[in-house]
Write a protein of this length. Structure first.
Length: 156
């Protein structure tokens, strides 16, 4: 058994969703309720807090640079310079927010919403296509979390 080693100082109140990518240096993760993407260098030092909106549920790099981010009531695109372009909101209920997401092998970004108070079935699982179209994949979701795909991409 190897020893656990702290990678960085605390940088977030509600930190989750770490992502490594060749598109940027170091590790990135969200400070969800602060609405920030936290950017760390390879040694765990804070490089930047990138504000993206009222909530930053999850994010993934985009093939053309930048990233796609699940924000409180939908999605936003962030270019390589950090400029945020919110896409149209998907719902109006202020008691529901995006929570967790991942990209499938075909480059589509899935993210699930949930109620702040965990009301059963208040959320849904959304799919953002590379061209910008959004579909509800599963409705009546309580809390989407830990999305991943099998290596062949056939099962989520």
């Amino acid at each position: 058994m190897s020893a656990i080693e702290q990678f960085s100082q605390p940088h977030a109140f509600h930190g989750e969703g770490p992502v490594w990518s060749d598109e940027w240096p170091g590790l990135r993760h969200v400070d969800m309720l602060a609405g920030d993407v936290i950017c760390l260098d390879d040694d765990g030092a804070l490089l930047e807090r990138m504000p993206v909106g009222t909530v930053a549920g999850a994010f993934r790099p985009r093939r053309g640079g930048g990233m796609v981010v699940a924000v409180e009531r939908g999605f936003a695109l962030v270019d390589a310079e950090g400029r945020v372009e919110p896409l149209p909101e998907l719902w109006q209920d202020t008691g529901v927010r995006m929570n967790e997401g991942a990209t499938d092998p075909d480059g589509r970004f899935y993210c699930g919403s949930m109620a702040y108070d965990m009301t059963p079935g208040a959320g849904a699982l959304y799919r953002l296509e590379p061209g910008g179209a959004v579909d509800v994949v599963v409705d009546s979701v309580t809390c989407s979390n830990g999305l991943a795909w099998t290596p062949d991409g056939r099962t989520a």
